[in-house]
Design a binder for this molecule. Structure first.
Ligand code: SF4
Ligand code: ZN
Length: 735
């Protein structure tokens, strides 16, 4: 940090500390020192403070301790001096700044965000600010940082000089797969407001995240980074060195500062430099070029708006690998969550308006001409705005290692790939798909044929090890679509029969998934035909295909070998594999039991099941449910204590789909043990649960399963079960 700037940083940090103290005093006077002041639905408290100091802030009074730390960290304002010889003081001041930011933002959440002092800046439903990300978002988005789908983020402070520049910079960052976190204002305006005026869709799903308009909202970006280090980097709260090193080395991030840089903004920049995140500014401020803490320069200015993103990428040293796809619109995961409203679309296909389907099928090598894309029927230019056309997408693939088992997997990715084109929207699969192409995309020259271009390019990019050739036909005449849809439907049905018939007993090989070992080093998911990975993202077939595609990857075949216990689900081959893959930490598990050596839980489970001893049954809670559960813990607490790759009898993480499996805790009595689950989850899975209940001889099982609208404590749940005659009540004792 430049010695001149250090003075500004320290002044800025003092200003924020004064503000934090004032607001804390005022809040304590109005709400009492015991008032809850925490970010919503998180197990990481105020995350920067928690990561750096281990302090768990839940109430206003907890903040006093943090203020004490701030006072210790803050160097005195260097009155009358312009020059400081050392960097250290400014970095400490930067860290103190982040703590003050979190205190101020935490206060905004008093009483669920109803604190009257901060109304204008609170994230609420009627403004565009999103505020602190909860753990559901964190887990989903954080995984993208681990698996490389998102290399990092740009924290944008202030507003661009005009709306056009704002949109251009946002798009440029999205194309690089970066998240864009927005905070603060320049002359009363924030970049998110500029994007909103230009009708750009924002939110976590498009990676354009408006955190808040206050300068203190900048800290949410650093809080996100701190949580990534704790949940994926294995850093213990309080181990600030590890948290900061993880970020410096693993998270590609930088700050883009627009407009005049005030002292408080300098202070934020210094906070970010602690993490190794440099600042690129468009105004002429003193540059900080020598490297050390950051990978490259600390602060670079002034940089023209046309080059800011490029400069940031150079300075931080990101190697972006973008497979350029020859289509006239931008392409990348950031566009996946984009919606296209009816008024914005030029044409749509399927969605129960016209017949449509998508189908991937294997052909012989000689039958496929690689790269051939054909549209049979009208193209987009042949129809007027607002039209609906039939559409049959037939992708024919060939390759020496291609198997018909891979077809459904490739087909499932058609959804993701098409959605990644800007201005193109895709929903559903098979014969219930629905596609929209926007006016804007059409104006840029996007054609129906480009859907084929995307499929061809992405299939090659992702699945080159199994396929050699891809050709795509797009049918837009109704008679063709209707006829070919019948062929596709016969094949869909045949596939379903193949999968439905698959049982754990019928195969001799399972597949492992160790993707989550990057943050839960001893965790192994064993994918069996009747049990999906606990994140819900991978099933047995996926494991099988992934192994063929990447033989050295995280999915390996596991020979079952000798069955040691058919009821509990224990095999000698699986045990041997676990032992090795967990480096000796885990010697055995029972695939079908929650009570006796259950499977390990990494942390990304969709649901977590827990024993309710009094009820003689189990409850399960999904990640989206933020409320209290009858086992006395919220999802976030459960995840914190059971996750991390541990085996915890009485608890097991699982996918939503697994609840409908015949092997769902079958060793302990199966689905008839399920006594409590959140109402929304129960409704989502009602058909599946009732069908399974029926197979076990229980009609309308969902009516007997308790939820939070009926009871939140175990004894109340038990009363309900008795009243309803829930089967668990009369089953053999679980313990
Ligand atoms: Fe793989 Fe299991 Fe992690 Fe899902 S939860 S990614 S299946 S290890
Ligand atoms: Zn996981």
């Amino acid at each position: 940090m430049s010695h001149y700037i250090a003075v500004n940083v320290i002044k800025g940090a003092h200003a924020l500390a004064d503000r934090a103290k004032k607001e804390l005093d005022r809040a304590k006077e109005s709400f009492g020192a015991g008032a809850k002041a925490e970010f919503p639905n998180t197990g990481y408290f105020l995350p920067v403070i928690y990561a750096m100091t281990g302090e768990k802030v839940e109430k206003l009074s907890d903040m006093d301790r943090v203020i004490g730390i701030v006072d210790d960290l803050l160097p005195p304002v260097p009155e009358g001096r312009h020059y400081l010889p050392y960097l250290g003081e400014a970095l400490d001041a930067g860290m103190a700044t982040l703590f003050c930011d979190e205190i101020i933002e935490g206060i905004k959440y008093i009483d669920n965000g109803k604190c009257p002092y901060t109304k204008t800046t609170n994230p609420t439903e009627d403004n565009l600010w999103l505020g602190a990300a909860d753990d559901v978002i964190m887990r989903e988005r954080g995984l993208e940082f681990v698996d490389g789908t998102a290399p990092g983020f740009a924290a944008i402070v202030g507003a661009a000089p005009d709306n056009g520049t704002a949109v251009r910079i946002a798009r440029e960052l999205q194309e690089k797969n970066l998240y864009v976190f927005m905070s603060h204002d320049t002359d009363g305006k924030n970049m998110a407001e500029q994007l909103a005026e230009e009708d750009v869709q924002m939110g976590w799903e498009t990676r354009l995240v408006p955190f808040g308009k206050d300068i203190t909202a900048t800290v949410f970006a650093l809080g996100f980074a701190a949580r990534a280090a704790m949940s994926f980097g294995g850093a213990t709260p309080g181990d600030f060195r590890k948290v900061l090193m993880y970020n410096k080395n693993r998270i590609f991030a930088f700050v883009l500062s627009f407009g005049p840089v005030s002292d408080v903004r300098f202070a934020q920049a210094a906070g970010a430099i602690n993490y190794g995140f440099p600042t690129i500014a468009d105004t002429d401020i003193t540059q900080i070029l020598p490297t050390g803490i950051c990978t490259y320069e600390h602060v670079v200015s002034p940089v023209g708006h046309g080059e800011m993103v490029q400069k940031a990428i150079e300075v931080r040293g990101l190697k972006v690998t973008v497979h350029k796809i020859p289509i006239p619109v931008s392409f990348g995961p950031a566009f996946e969550g984009e919606r296209i409203r009816k008024e914005q679309m030029h044409a749509q296909f399927g969605g129960n308006i016209t017949p449509a389907f998508e189908f991937v099928t294997t052909r012989d090598m000689g039958e496929v001409e690689d790269g051939r894309i054909e549209v049979i029927g009208p193209e987009i230019d042949d129809v007027k705005k607002g039209s609906a056309l039939p559409l049959g997408i037939v992708a024919e693939v060939a390759g020496r290692k291609m198997q018909s088992d891979f077809e459904p997997i490739l087909e499932r990715y058609v959804h993701t790939f098409i959605n990644e084109a800007q201005g193109v929207w895709h929903m559903g699969q098979r014969d219930i798909n629905w596609i929209r192409i926007s006016d804007q995309a059409k104006e840029k020259g996007f054609k129906i044929a480009h859907l084929g271009t995307i499929i061809h390019a992405k299939f090659h990019a992702e699945y080159n090890t199994i396929l050699d050739k891809v050709q795509v036909r797009l049918y837009t005449k109704e008679e063709d679509v209707l006829k070919l849809r019948e062929t596709a439907r016969r094949e869909y049905a045949a596939r379903d029969r193949r999968l439905a018939g698959l049982t754990d007993e019928a195969v001799d090989t399972f597949y492992s998934c160790t993707l989550c070992q990057s943050f839960a080093p001893t965790h192994v998911c064993v994918l069996t035909p009747e049990r999906t990975g606990l994140c819900g993202g991978y099933n047995w077939l996926d494991g099988k295909a992934a192994f063929e595609i990447t033989p050295t990857g995280p999915n390996q075949p596991i020979k079952k070998n000798e069955t040691l216990d058919g009821v509990k689900g224990r095999w000698s081959g699986v045990d041997a594999f676990l032992n090795e893959a967990s480096r000796g930490a885990l010697t055995t598990f029972n695939a079908y039991s929650i009570m006796d050596n259950p499977m390990t839980s990494c942390g990304c489970f969709e649901c977590i099941a827990a024993l309710l001893p009094m009820c003689n049954g189990i409850m399960t809670v999904n990640r989206e449910f933020a409320g209290m559960t009858p086992c006395g813990m919220k999802f976030s607490t459960l995840a914190g204590s059971v996750g991390g790759g541990n085996q915890t009898p009485g608890f097991v993480g699982h996918s939503k789909q697994y609840i409908g499996s015949k092997k769902f805790i079958s060793a302990d009595g199966g689905i008839k043990r399920l006594v409590w689950m959140p109402r929304a989850l129960k409704e989502e899975l009602a058909a599946m649960i009732n069908a399974r209940g029926k197979e076990e001889g229980v009609e309308n099982l969902t009516d007997m399963i308790c939820d939070e609208t009926i009871a939140e404590t175990e004894d109340k749940v038990f009363e309900f079960l008795q009243e309803k005659g829930h089967p668990a009540v009369s089953m053999p004792s679980l313990i």
